[in-house]
Design a binder for this molecule. Structure first.
Ligand SMILES: [Fe+2]
Length: 112
């Protein structure tokens, strides 16, 4: 089985085998009682960003549903995105990222 055969998570994949960081890091900032800013950072600067190897996109999910997507160009854009979301109750916030060489990676956090 390769990294392209599955949705890679912290539980089922050892990202150390790639010698890079692929799992999206999700941080949340409360802007108001009903709005949050969700920042998704893939790699934290520890993933290549070259013509032949880069993070192609990140997708934001709330309770497993698609919410928004940000696409990246190799080299010129860093794989970091911020999304402003109307969220006034507890939910699961997920981020899906795709590396052109190492497939799909997903992280998820609980927002209360
Ligand atoms: Fe990669």
């Amino acid at each position: 089985m390769t990294l392209f055969d599955q949705l890679n998570t912290a539980e089922n994949s050892n990202e150390a085998v790639t010698n890079e960081k692929h799992l999206p890091l999700i941080t949340v900032e409360k802007l108001s009682p009903e709005k949050i800013k969700v920042k998704v950072d893939v790699g934290g600067g520890k993933h290549p960003n070259a013509d032949d190897h880069w993070i192609q996109w990140v997708e934001l999910q709330i309770n497993g549903l698609f919410i928004a997507r940000s696409e990246f160009s190799a080299v010129i854009s860093d794989p970091t995105a911020e999304f402003i979301i109307n969220a006034n109750r507890a939910c699961k916030i997920g981020a899906l990222a795709r590396c052109n060489k190492h497939g799909l990676w997903k992280s998820e956090i609980d927002f209360a």
